[in-house]
Design a protein around this ligand. Structure first.
Ligand SMILES: C[S@@+](CC[C@H](N)C(=O)[O-])C[C@H]1O[C@@H](n2cnc3c(N)ncnc32)[C@H](O)[C@@H]1O
Length: 276
């Protein structure tokens, strides 16, 4: 069983390196997620595992601990509203600007992309949109998908999903249009795959080098961070968005209480934020 001192060491270590804040009632979570690793590493206690991670100059063990603690839950078209807002409002606005020669690209950043369902859902939304708006081409959109975890990025790049993952949020029509089936595995089509670029990025680090973005999906990740870290990320995201740029959060997330940089907007049943 993990001791309270071991829990606190690991909790502080995790927060220092990825921002995830674990409250005192998460001892069980740390214990269950790290037990196999503890034995695989030949350690007898969680304290030994912690010491080994701290001494590991390659950071391999540190990354493994972070991967074990993070939650990668995701599915296609999660919460649906962000994607209908894209179609009904955001893409329409940018498509008009492209048609008027005011811009030629729409830049998306999906900043905690997990295994790819979210950025690929954005790509499919765009492909559906241009079926009715043929003046736009897939080249008019750039989707950057980032995550702290090398494992989820690898899986996202592969774009292969089993029978269970494929059904979660995805209708048969899109499945048949945008995936190729091989036995029990569904692979995202090249048309969709080539629209998304995956890259490793820890949100604790500077992301200025990504350049200005039009739309940022930062969904179902802020809930894991401390108030200070949330405020810090939201400030930096606001600085990265072009004036009037869009921020989408998870359905259960709200930021209005701790940031002044955004205007909350409503569309049909969904919410989105625009940088002031
Ligand atoms: C619950 S998933 C959300 C996936 C997707 N955005 C969605 O809403 O379906 C959270 C993701 O955030 C990633 N993550 C956790 N800490 C991070 C950090 N400091 N920087 C970047 N990504 C992080 C995890 O690896 C995980 O894949």
């Amino acid at each position: 069983m993990i001791t309270i001192d071991e829990f606190r060491l690991i909790r502080d270590y995790v927060e220092k390196h990825c921002g995830i804040h674990l409250s005192d009632d998460k001892t069980y979570l740390v214990e269950t997620r790290l037990t196999t690793m503890m034995f695989e590493q030949g350690c007898n206690t969680f304290g030994d595992l912690y010491n080994r991670a701290v001494l590991d100059k390659t950071h391999t063990l540190r990354d493994k601990i972070i991967e074990a603690i993070t939650t990668n839950e995701t599915f296609w078209f999660r919460d649906i509203h962000p994607f209908s807002i894209l179609t009904e409002l955001v893409l329409k606005q940018y498509a008009d600007e492209i048609a008027a020669g005011k811009r030629n690209k729409i830049r998306f950043w999906c900043c905690a992309c997990s295994t790819g369902q979210e950025p690929y859902s954005i790509a499919m939304t765009f492909l559906e949109f241009i079926r009715h708006y043929p003046r736009l081409k897939p080249e008019n959109i750039e989707i950057l998908a980032t995550d702290i975890s090398s494992t989820v990025l690898f899986l996202g790049k592969l774009g292969r999903y089993d029978n269970l993952a494929i059904t979660r949020g995805l209708g048969e029509e899109y499945r048949d249009r945008y995936f190729v089936q091989n036995n029990k595995i569904w692979t995202i089509s090249d048309e969709v795959k080539k629209m998304v670029r995956f890259q490793k990025l820890n949100l604790q680090e500077s992301f200025n080098h990504l350049g200005k973005q039009d739309i940022i999906f930062c969904r179902n990740i802020l809930i894991y961070f401390s108030l200070e870290f949330k405020q810090d990320i939201l400030k930096r995201i606001a600085a990265l968005l072009r004036p009037g740029g869009y921020l989408f959060l998870g359905a259960s997330e709200s930021i209005i209480m701790y940031t002044q940089e955004y205007e909350m907007q409503r569309h049909a049943m969904g919410l989105y934020y625009q940088v002031k």
